[in-house]
Design a protein around this ligand. Structure first.
Ligand SMILES: [Zn+2]
Length: 347
Protein backbone atom coordinates (compact mmCIF):
# COMPACT_ATOMS: atom_id res chain seq x y z
CA UNK A 1 0.00 0.00 0.00
CA UNK A 2 2.97 2.31 -0.35
CA UNK A 3 1.25 4.12 -3.17
CA UNK A 4 -1.37 5.49 -0.82
CA UNK A 5 -1.35 8.68 1.23
CA UNK A 6 -1.91 8.07 4.96
CA UNK A 7 -5.42 6.98 5.89
CA UNK A 8 -7.53 9.46 7.82
CA UNK A 9 -10.35 8.07 9.90
CA UNK A 10 -13.50 10.12 10.46
CA UNK A 11 -16.06 8.74 12.89
CA UNK A 12 -19.68 9.77 12.76
CA UNK A 13 -22.88 8.80 14.53
CA UNK A 14 -26.07 8.20 12.56
CA UNK A 15 -29.42 9.78 13.35
CA UNK A 16 -30.44 6.58 15.15
CA UNK A 17 -27.26 6.38 17.17
CA UNK A 18 -25.08 3.89 15.29
CA UNK A 19 -21.36 4.60 15.39
CA UNK A 20 -19.87 4.38 11.88
CA UNK A 21 -16.75 5.69 10.21
CA UNK A 22 -15.26 6.88 6.98
CA UNK A 23 -11.68 6.28 5.85
CA UNK A 24 -10.22 8.96 3.63
CA UNK A 25 -7.33 8.71 1.20
CA UNK A 26 -6.73 12.18 -0.08
CA UNK A 27 -5.49 11.45 -3.56
CA UNK A 28 -6.13 14.88 -5.01
CA UNK A 29 -8.82 17.42 -5.68
CA UNK A 30 -11.16 15.32 -7.79
CA UNK A 31 -14.29 13.98 -6.15
CA UNK A 32 -14.77 13.71 -3.26
CA UNK A 33 -15.93 10.22 -4.09
CA UNK A 34 -17.74 7.99 -1.59
CA UNK A 35 -17.31 4.21 -1.92
CA UNK A 36 -20.10 2.08 -0.43
CA UNK A 37 -19.41 -1.63 0.19
CA UNK A 38 -21.92 -4.50 0.02
CA UNK A 39 -23.39 -6.71 2.77
CA UNK A 40 -21.30 -9.31 4.58
CA UNK A 41 -18.08 -7.48 3.70
CA UNK A 42 -16.45 -4.18 4.69
CA UNK A 43 -14.79 -1.23 3.00
CA UNK A 44 -11.72 -3.45 2.54
CA UNK A 45 -13.36 -4.92 -0.57
CA UNK A 46 -12.15 -1.81 -2.42
CA UNK A 47 -8.57 -2.09 -1.20
CA UNK A 48 -7.44 -5.68 -1.28
CA UNK A 49 -3.80 -6.10 -0.26
CA UNK A 50 -3.56 -9.05 -2.68
CA UNK A 51 -3.95 -7.01 -5.88
CA UNK A 52 -1.20 -5.29 -7.82
CA UNK A 53 -3.42 -2.23 -7.85
CA UNK A 54 -6.69 -2.11 -5.95
CA UNK A 55 -9.58 0.26 -6.61
CA UNK A 56 -8.58 2.80 -3.96
CA UNK A 57 -4.99 2.94 -5.24
CA UNK A 58 -6.36 3.37 -8.74
CA UNK A 59 -8.62 6.29 -7.77
CA UNK A 60 -5.85 7.93 -5.74
CA UNK A 61 -3.49 7.61 -8.68
CA UNK A 62 -6.08 9.45 -10.76
CA UNK A 63 -6.29 12.30 -8.28
CA UNK A 64 -9.46 11.42 -6.39
CA UNK A 65 -10.18 12.39 -2.81
CA UNK A 66 -11.45 8.92 -1.90
CA UNK A 67 -13.75 8.17 1.04
CA UNK A 68 -14.74 4.67 2.13
CA UNK A 69 -17.66 4.27 4.46
CA UNK A 70 -18.08 1.36 6.83
CA UNK A 71 -21.87 1.45 7.08
CA UNK A 72 -23.91 -0.73 9.41
CA UNK A 73 -23.49 -3.82 7.21
CA UNK A 74 -19.71 -3.75 7.67
CA UNK A 75 -18.27 -6.94 9.15
CA UNK A 76 -15.83 -4.71 11.04
CA UNK A 77 -18.73 -3.44 13.14
CA UNK A 78 -20.46 -5.39 15.92
CA UNK A 79 -23.18 -7.53 14.31
CA UNK A 80 -26.61 -5.95 14.42
CA UNK A 81 -29.99 -6.81 12.98
CA UNK A 82 -31.13 -4.10 10.60
CA UNK A 83 -33.26 -3.50 7.54
CA UNK A 84 -31.96 -1.67 4.50
CA UNK A 85 -34.61 1.00 5.26
CA UNK A 86 -32.59 1.97 8.32
CA UNK A 87 -29.34 2.15 6.38
CA UNK A 88 -31.02 4.21 3.64
CA UNK A 89 -32.51 6.59 6.15
CA UNK A 90 -29.45 7.08 8.31
CA UNK A 91 -26.12 5.72 7.08
CA UNK A 92 -25.93 7.13 3.58
CA UNK A 93 -27.05 10.67 4.48
CA UNK A 94 -24.74 10.59 7.52
CA UNK A 95 -21.74 9.61 5.40
CA UNK A 96 -22.39 12.30 2.79
CA UNK A 97 -22.91 14.93 5.49
CA UNK A 98 -19.63 14.03 7.15
CA UNK A 99 -17.68 14.24 3.88
CA UNK A 100 -19.13 17.66 3.09
CA UNK A 101 -18.42 18.85 6.61
CA UNK A 102 -14.74 17.83 6.46
CA UNK A 103 -13.97 18.74 2.84
CA UNK A 104 -16.19 21.86 2.60
CA UNK A 105 -17.11 20.52 -0.86
CA UNK A 106 -20.61 21.34 -2.09
CA UNK A 107 -21.36 17.88 -3.45
CA UNK A 108 -19.99 14.34 -3.73
CA UNK A 109 -19.83 11.55 -6.26
CA UNK A 110 -20.48 7.96 -5.22
CA UNK A 111 -19.71 4.40 -6.25
CA UNK A 112 -21.90 1.84 -4.52
CA UNK A 113 -21.90 -1.93 -4.72
CA UNK A 114 -24.59 -4.60 -4.26
CA UNK A 115 -26.67 -4.25 -1.07
CA UNK A 116 -24.77 -1.01 -0.43
CA UNK A 117 -25.94 0.23 -3.80
CA UNK A 118 -29.51 -0.76 -3.00
CA UNK A 119 -29.44 1.10 0.31
CA UNK A 120 -27.75 4.05 -1.38
CA UNK A 121 -30.32 4.24 -4.17
CA UNK A 122 -33.20 3.82 -1.72
CA UNK A 123 -31.78 6.83 0.10
CA UNK A 124 -31.42 8.79 -3.16
CA UNK A 125 -34.95 7.86 -4.27
CA UNK A 126 -36.35 9.18 -1.00
CA UNK A 127 -34.65 12.51 -1.62
CA UNK A 128 -32.27 12.07 1.31
CA UNK A 129 -29.10 12.65 -0.71
CA UNK A 130 -29.54 15.99 -2.46
CA UNK A 131 -25.78 16.64 -2.35
CA UNK A 132 -24.84 13.64 -4.48
CA UNK A 133 -24.04 14.97 -7.96
CA UNK A 134 -23.44 11.65 -9.72
CA UNK A 135 -23.44 7.97 -8.88
CA UNK A 136 -22.21 4.63 -10.13
CA UNK A 137 -24.37 1.61 -9.25
CA UNK A 138 -22.44 -1.65 -9.28
CA UNK A 139 -24.48 -4.76 -10.10
CA UNK A 140 -27.81 -3.71 -8.63
CA UNK A 141 -29.74 -0.60 -7.68
CA UNK A 142 -33.52 -0.65 -7.29
CA UNK A 143 -34.50 -3.75 -9.30
CA UNK A 144 -33.48 -7.15 -7.98
CA UNK A 145 -33.38 -10.04 -10.39
CA UNK A 146 -31.68 -13.11 -8.94
CA UNK A 147 -30.83 -16.39 -10.67
CA UNK A 148 -33.55 -19.05 -10.57
CA UNK A 149 -31.40 -21.21 -8.31
CA UNK A 150 -30.80 -18.41 -5.89
CA UNK A 151 -30.06 -19.52 -2.42
CA UNK A 152 -31.70 -16.68 -0.59
CA UNK A 153 -34.81 -18.67 0.22
CA UNK A 154 -32.97 -21.88 0.90
CA UNK A 155 -30.64 -19.97 3.13
CA UNK A 156 -33.51 -18.74 5.22
CA UNK A 157 -35.05 -22.18 5.47
CA UNK A 158 -31.94 -24.17 6.23
CA UNK A 159 -31.53 -22.95 9.81
CA UNK A 160 -35.24 -23.63 10.34
CA UNK A 161 -34.99 -27.11 8.90
CA UNK A 162 -32.07 -27.89 11.15
CA UNK A 163 -33.90 -26.31 14.03
CA UNK A 164 -31.16 -23.89 14.95
CA UNK A 165 -31.93 -20.37 15.93
CA UNK A 166 -29.44 -18.22 14.11
CA UNK A 167 -29.43 -14.51 13.74
CA UNK A 168 -26.68 -14.45 11.15
CA UNK A 169 -24.86 -16.54 8.58
CA UNK A 170 -21.11 -16.37 8.14
CA UNK A 171 -18.75 -17.93 5.61
CA UNK A 172 -15.86 -18.01 8.10
CA UNK A 173 -15.00 -20.40 10.89
CA UNK A 174 -17.08 -19.30 13.85
CA UNK A 175 -15.88 -19.98 17.39
CA UNK A 176 -19.30 -18.94 18.71
CA UNK A 177 -21.13 -21.66 16.77
CA UNK A 178 -18.51 -24.28 15.85
CA UNK A 179 -20.91 -27.21 15.47
CA UNK A 180 -23.35 -25.35 13.27
CA UNK A 181 -20.55 -23.84 11.23
CA UNK A 182 -19.00 -27.26 10.56
CA UNK A 183 -22.39 -28.61 9.47
CA UNK A 184 -23.01 -25.58 7.31
CA UNK A 185 -19.56 -26.05 5.77
CA UNK A 186 -20.16 -29.74 5.03
CA UNK A 187 -23.50 -28.92 3.46
CA UNK A 188 -22.01 -26.12 1.34
CA UNK A 189 -19.16 -28.41 0.27
CA UNK A 190 -21.73 -30.89 -1.02
CA UNK A 191 -23.23 -28.24 -3.27
CA UNK A 192 -20.09 -26.57 -4.61
CA UNK A 193 -17.04 -28.20 -6.10
CA UNK A 194 -15.29 -25.33 -7.82
CA UNK A 195 -12.37 -25.30 -5.42
CA UNK A 196 -11.42 -26.80 -2.07
CA UNK A 197 -12.21 -23.78 0.10
CA UNK A 198 -15.09 -24.25 2.52
CA UNK A 199 -15.22 -20.48 3.07
CA UNK A 200 -15.70 -20.05 -0.67
CA UNK A 201 -18.43 -22.72 -0.77
CA UNK A 202 -20.29 -21.18 2.15
CA UNK A 203 -20.16 -17.83 0.32
CA UNK A 204 -21.65 -19.40 -2.78
CA UNK A 205 -24.42 -20.86 -0.68
CA UNK A 206 -25.13 -17.51 0.99
CA UNK A 207 -25.04 -15.24 -2.03
CA UNK A 208 -24.84 -17.27 -5.23
CA UNK A 209 -21.62 -17.05 -7.24
CA UNK A 210 -19.88 -13.92 -6.04
CA UNK A 211 -16.99 -14.02 -8.49
CA UNK A 212 -15.64 -15.97 -11.39
CA UNK A 213 -12.79 -18.05 -10.01
CA UNK A 214 -10.69 -17.36 -13.08
CA UNK A 215 -10.81 -13.65 -12.21
CA UNK A 216 -9.39 -14.00 -8.69
CA UNK A 217 -5.71 -14.48 -8.07
CA UNK A 218 -4.65 -17.26 -5.71
CA UNK A 219 -3.74 -14.96 -2.81
CA UNK A 220 -7.14 -13.28 -2.89
CA UNK A 221 -8.92 -16.65 -2.93
CA UNK A 222 -6.76 -17.97 -0.07
CA UNK A 223 -7.48 -14.91 2.04
CA UNK A 224 -11.26 -14.64 1.51
CA UNK A 225 -11.96 -14.78 5.23
CA UNK A 226 -10.25 -11.39 5.61
CA UNK A 227 -12.91 -9.79 3.45
CA UNK A 228 -16.08 -11.61 4.40
CA UNK A 229 -17.94 -12.09 7.65
CA UNK A 230 -21.37 -12.53 9.13
CA UNK A 231 -24.49 -11.09 7.56
CA UNK A 232 -27.47 -10.66 9.86
CA UNK A 233 -30.74 -12.47 9.13
CA UNK A 234 -32.93 -9.35 9.07
CA UNK A 235 -30.94 -7.96 6.14
CA UNK A 236 -31.10 -11.35 4.40
CA UNK A 237 -34.86 -11.38 4.90
CA UNK A 238 -35.20 -7.88 3.47
CA UNK A 239 -33.07 -8.81 0.44
CA UNK A 240 -35.17 -11.96 -0.06
CA UNK A 241 -38.35 -9.87 0.05
CA UNK A 242 -36.92 -7.58 -2.61
CA UNK A 243 -35.85 -10.53 -4.74
CA UNK A 244 -39.42 -11.87 -4.56
CA UNK A 245 -40.95 -8.47 -5.39
CA UNK A 246 -38.35 -7.80 -8.09
CA UNK A 247 -37.59 -4.33 -6.76
CA UNK A 248 -36.70 -2.34 -3.64
CA UNK A 249 -39.46 -1.91 -1.12
CA UNK A 250 -39.76 -1.26 2.58
CA UNK A 251 -39.29 -4.19 4.92
CA UNK A 252 -42.48 -6.21 5.34
CA UNK A 253 -43.07 -6.15 9.09
CA UNK A 254 -46.47 -7.88 8.80
CA UNK A 255 -49.86 -6.25 8.26
CA UNK A 256 -50.37 -4.68 11.64
CA UNK A 257 -46.90 -3.22 11.98
CA UNK A 258 -46.92 -2.11 8.32
CA UNK A 259 -50.07 -0.08 8.97
CA UNK A 260 -48.44 1.50 12.00
CA UNK A 261 -45.20 2.32 10.18
CA UNK A 262 -46.29 2.95 6.62
CA UNK A 263 -50.00 3.74 6.96
CA UNK A 264 -50.78 0.77 4.69
CA UNK A 265 -50.84 -3.00 4.90
CA UNK A 266 -48.07 -3.63 2.38
CA UNK A 267 -44.62 -2.04 2.34
CA UNK A 268 -44.16 0.96 0.03
CA UNK A 269 -42.03 0.78 -3.10
CA UNK A 270 -38.81 2.75 -3.52
CA UNK A 271 -39.42 3.12 -7.25
CA UNK A 272 -39.78 6.89 -7.13
CA UNK A 273 -37.92 8.59 -9.93
CA UNK A 274 -38.28 12.27 -9.08
CA UNK A 275 -35.13 12.49 -6.98
CA UNK A 276 -33.07 10.44 -9.40
CA UNK A 277 -32.51 13.17 -11.97
CA UNK A 278 -28.73 13.06 -11.82
CA UNK A 279 -26.02 11.34 -13.86
CA UNK A 280 -26.07 7.65 -12.97
CA UNK A 281 -23.98 4.89 -14.50
CA UNK A 282 -25.15 1.31 -14.03
CA UNK A 283 -22.60 -1.49 -14.15
CA UNK A 284 -23.29 -5.21 -14.37
CA UNK A 285 -20.88 -8.08 -14.73
CA UNK A 286 -21.97 -9.95 -17.82
CA UNK A 287 -21.78 -13.24 -15.89
CA UNK A 288 -23.03 -12.02 -12.57
CA UNK A 289 -24.35 -15.03 -10.63
CA UNK A 290 -25.61 -13.05 -7.63
CA UNK A 291 -27.75 -10.38 -9.30
CA UNK A 292 -28.46 -10.97 -12.97
CA UNK A 293 -27.49 -8.15 -15.37
CA UNK A 294 -31.22 -7.62 -15.96
CA UNK A 295 -31.29 -6.00 -12.52
CA UNK A 296 -29.48 -2.85 -13.66
CA UNK A 297 -31.11 -3.01 -17.07
CA UNK A 298 -34.56 -2.68 -15.52
CA UNK A 299 -33.60 0.29 -13.33
CA UNK A 300 -31.84 1.91 -16.30
CA UNK A 301 -34.85 1.47 -18.60
CA UNK A 302 -37.31 2.55 -15.95
CA UNK A 303 -35.39 5.77 -15.26
CA UNK A 304 -35.01 6.59 -18.95
CA UNK A 305 -38.74 6.18 -19.29
CA UNK A 306 -39.47 8.34 -16.25
CA UNK A 307 -36.82 11.05 -16.50
CA UNK A 308 -35.55 10.94 -20.08
CA UNK A 309 -32.47 9.26 -21.49
CA UNK A 310 -29.94 12.04 -20.88
CA UNK A 311 -28.92 11.24 -17.33
CA UNK A 312 -28.23 7.54 -17.57
CA UNK A 313 -25.65 5.14 -18.90
CA UNK A 314 -25.25 1.41 -18.54
CA UNK A 315 -22.17 -0.74 -19.10
CA UNK A 316 -21.96 -4.51 -19.13
CA UNK A 317 -18.55 -5.79 -18.04
CA UNK A 318 -17.71 -8.62 -20.34
CA UNK A 319 -16.36 -11.78 -18.70
CA UNK A 320 -16.91 -10.49 -15.15
CA UNK A 321 -19.16 -11.73 -12.38
CA UNK A 322 -20.21 -9.85 -9.26
CA UNK A 323 -17.38 -8.95 -6.87
CA UNK A 324 -14.52 -9.55 -9.30
CA UNK A 325 -15.48 -6.14 -10.69
CA UNK A 326 -13.50 -4.80 -7.71
CA UNK A 327 -11.61 -7.84 -6.44
CA UNK A 328 -10.49 -9.37 -9.73
CA UNK A 329 -6.80 -9.69 -10.57
CA UNK A 330 -7.34 -7.87 -13.89
CA UNK A 331 -9.96 -5.39 -12.66
CA UNK A 332 -7.46 -2.50 -12.78
CA UNK A 333 -7.19 -3.09 -16.51
CA UNK A 334 -10.80 -3.99 -17.35
CA UNK A 335 -13.31 -2.53 -14.91
CA UNK A 336 -11.75 0.32 -12.89
CA UNK A 337 -11.31 2.40 -16.07
CA UNK A 338 -15.04 2.03 -16.75
CA UNK A 339 -15.85 3.43 -13.31
CA UNK A 340 -13.25 6.18 -13.79
CA UNK A 341 -14.76 7.19 -17.08
CA UNK A 342 -18.18 7.46 -15.44
CA UNK A 343 -16.78 9.61 -12.62
CA UNK A 344 -14.86 11.84 -15.02
CA UNK A 345 -17.81 12.27 -17.35
CA UNK A 346 -19.97 13.45 -14.49
CA UNK A 347 -17.30 15.18 -12.40
ZN1 LIG B 1 -13.32 -20.97 -4.43
Amino acid sequence: MDTLPPAQRHDFKTGDGVQLWLTRYQGGTKGPVLLVHGAGVWSGMFMLPTLKENFVQFLVRHGYDTWLVDWRASVELPLRQFTLDEAAEHDMPGAVRKILEVTKASSVQAVAHCAGSTAFFMSLAMGRLPDVRSAVASQVALHHIVPPATHLKAMLRLPEALDVALDYLSPDEDPKNPVWQTMFGKFANLLSHECDSTVCHRLTFMYGHLYRHARLNRETHERLEEQFGPCNMLTFRHLAQMARAGHALGFDHGKEENVRRYGRETPPSYLRAEHLRLPITFLSGEQNGTYLPESTELTFEWLREENGADWYQRKVLEGYGHLDTFMGSTAARDTYPVVLEALQATG
